[in-house]
Design a protein around this ligand. Structure first.
Ligand code: PAF
Length: 289
């Protein structure tokens, strides 16, 4: 079946209702478009969990700060539709800003606590309120059985798990592995902001994370590892580093000495016009999981 695109919540719901009447399982993959192989891998994972796959394409204004790249964010719907069609996706939901936030819209969704105040939450005030708001809406609009999110935005995934549990949203939230280019750079729509010189430099982020991960997993003291990592990232040409930190994989509490429990290393750094983020799991050598 060729891809169908709908632009309104009413049309989305009518399509999902027909599938439900046929007893089909439905997966949603929320995106902001500018699709790449990383997104396509999310749709493939979605297909293993459901009979019908919906991809939403919406550049959500409420998750961008005033000085961020909302207007510059690439909008490539015709190409996105082509890629989704080739990937065998059933439905593209591409609402307008007015459809999502009509006149009089006044509701916020705020996840409190450390989880939203650190890392990207500290660097991008209000960002996770916007994410929580739009993802809550998308989940309630489509009411899928499951929704797939990439682990490149690991903190976002944790925040989504939190509010889905807190608000009893009846959707299984599934995290997908980070897709990387051959040289290790995490796939991202923002990679297209990189010049060719910056594109050569960018994989250093992943190399630094891998090096720290390997050493931290065997019990090395993380202070000196992070200091050396920062130096390598800055001397490659990134400026500034917003954060390079190791945090508990579940609570996102800061780890300061040695890694004793499953943890994650997180980085955000600017290279030219691009703000790149990446992360990796650190599993202590003496602990399974
Ligand atoms: O990860 C993204 O692309 C966005 O934050 C999301 C989840 C689609 C919400 O706008």
């Amino acid at each position: 079946m060729p891809l169908t695109t709908v632009h309104t919540v009413a049309d989305l719901r009518a399509t999902v209702a027909k599938w439900r009447a046929d007893g089909l399982r439905v997966a949603l993959v929320p995106t902001m478009g500018a699709l790449h192989d990383g997104h396509i891998s999310l749709t493939k994972l979605a297909r293993t969990h459901a009979d019908r796959v919906i991809v939403s394409v919406f550049v959500n204004p409420t998750q961008f700060g005033p000085n961020e790249d909302f207007s510059a964010y690439p909008r490539t719907l015709p190409n996105d539709q082509k890629l989704l069609d080739e990937a065998g996706v059933d439905l593209c939901f591409a609402p307008s800003v007015d459809e999502m936030y009509p006149d009089g819209f006044a509701t916020k969704v705020h996840v409190d606590g450390a989880m939203t105040n650190v890392l990207c939450g500290a660097a991008r005030p209000g960002h996770f309120d916007g994410v929580a708001q739009v993802v809550t809406k998308l989940l309630l609009q489509a009411l899928p059985d499951c929704a797939i999110f990439g682990q490149k935005d690991y903190q976002q995934l944790m925040v989504i798990h939190r509010f889905c549990a807190d608000l009893n949203i009846p959707v299984e939230v599934i995290g997908a592995d980070i897709m990387r280019e051959d040289d290790g750079l995490a796939m991202s729509s923002r990679n297209r902001y990189l010049t060719s010189r910056e594109r050569e430099i960018a994989p250093i982020l992943n190399r630094v994370l891998t090096d720290i991960t390997q050493k931290a997993a065997t019990g090395a003291n993380i202070g000196p590892l992070l200091a050396k990592g920062r130096e390598a990232i800055l001397s490659a040409g990134f400026d500034p580093i917003e954060y390079l930190e190791i945090r508990d994989a579940h609570t996102l509490d800061l780890v300061t000495q040695t890694v004793m429990k499953p943890a994650r290393i997180f980085v955000a750094a600017r290279l030219g016009k691009a703000r790149l983020i990446d992360n990796q799991a650190i599993r202590p050598a003496n602990i399974a999981g």
